[in-house]
Every structure is written in C-alpha cells, then in structure tokens.
Design a protein around this ligand. Structure first.
Ligand SMILES: C[S@@+](CC[C@H](N)C(=O)[O-])C[C@H]1O[C@@H](n2cnc3c(N)ncnc32)[C@H](O)[C@@H]1O
Length: 186
C-alpha cells in the first residue's frame, strides 16, 4: 500500500496502476533518480526505462542510485532533452513521468522551460500506448514555475476529450504555492 502523503507519492500511486512488468516507460526528468528507481521497480527485469536529463550531474546521481539498487540493466540514461524522446524510442510506452522544475541539491537556475516542456508533452502523447498514463508534477513556487504550470494547464485543458481523460490534483492546505499533479490517460 502506497501512502499518498505528498504529490510525488500521488504520482507514483497512479503510475503504478498503469504500468506492468515488461512495459517500456519514460522518466522525462531523471534528476536524482527517485522516479527512475521507482519505474525500474515497476517494469521488472523484462521491462525498460528511458530516463532523460540535460544535466550530467543528474544522470550521474541517478546512475549511482540505480547501481546501488541493482537496477541499472533495466534503464537507459540519456543526456538529452525530453523534447527529443521520440528519437530514442521505437515502441509505444505505458507510462511517462515529468517531475518539473530544478534538480534538488543542484543548480536552481537550470529549470524545465515551458516551450521545451510542451514540445516534450506532445511528443510523449504521440508515444503513449492505449491505457497508458502521463504524469506531470508542477512546482509554481520557484521563478518560472508558475508560468510553466499555466502552460501545462492550458495544454492539458485543450486535449481532445473523446480521446483523453485529464485529471488535476493539488494540495490545498499549504501556505506556499502548492505543487500540482496532472494526469493524462491515453
Ligand atoms: C525536479 S527535478 C527531477 C526529479 C527526479 N525525477 C527525481 O526523482 O529526483 C527536474 C529535472 O529536470 C531536468 N531538466 C530540465 N530541463 C530538462 C529537459 N529539457 N529535458 C530533460 N530534463 C530536464 C533538470 O536538470 C532536473 O534534474
């Protein structure tokens, strides 16, 4: 049982219900590797995780974590923008996680940017298999984060309603601008 005590745990809760052993999935923002390790556990030894980040520091940290967990065989780390994910995938995917913003414990100036994010979301949507899920965690509390969240909200709201279902979750009882979770069911 997963306790949904924060927004990232909530994203894991929903992704875990869409991904099965043997699936191919994407971590669009590898960062420190928390989500990558989680996805690698879900897909099992027969599955594959493609994880992207534009910072080598992030991929080094994610790679170290995967090695410690004995999960590195299931994961391909790509030093590339998530906007280019289609170049690295040759099959539909069942789950795609975007955990936006900056690298925790890293350079806070290097953040995900709305234009690049929306391009990557469009690309992700074209790769999503039937019943697959895209999760997007947004952080409006840092400079640039609110603009990015608004871009994600507008993009999600414009998705064809007969084809996709979109959910939005938010932690409301916070003083700071609360993070949001956006879920798109393919
Ligand atoms: C909030 S962190 C991700 C946290 C990570 N999922 C974890 O579990 O630790 C956001 C990451 O997005 C990365 N990023 C920024 N722009 C990117 C892009 N265009 N493509 C891929 N990653 C990007 C940053 O370098 C940063 O590591």
């Amino acid at each position: 049982m997963i306790a949904i005590n924060d927004i990232v745990a909530a994203s894991h809760f929903f992704i875990a219900r869409s991904v099965r052993p043997g699936d191919t999935v994407v971590d669009a923002t590898a960062g420190n590797g928390g989500d990558t390790v989680f996805l690698a556990g879900l897909v099992g030894p027969a599955g594959r995780v493609h994880a992207f980040d534009i910072q080598k520091t992030a991929l080094d940290r994610a790679g170290k974590r995967l090695k410690e967990e004995g999960l590195e065989e299931r994961v391909r780390l790509h030093l590339a923008s998530h906007a280019r994910m289609a170049e690295y995938l040759d099959r539909p995917v069942q789950g795609i996680m975007f955990n936006l913003g900056y690298l925790p414990g890293g350079d806070k100036e290097v953040i995900t940017r709305p234009q690049e994010t929306l391009g990557a979301l469009a690309s992700g949507l074209s790769l999503l298999g039937p019943g697959g899920l895209i999760s997007i965690t947004t952080y409006p509390g840092h400079p640039g984060g609110e603009e990015e969240e608004q871009g994600v909200a507008g993009w999600c709201a414009g998705l064809e309603p007969r084809r996709y279902t979109v959910f939005h979750l938010q932690v409301l009882n916070r003083l700071k601008p609360p993070p949001g979770l956006w879920l798109i069911r393919g």
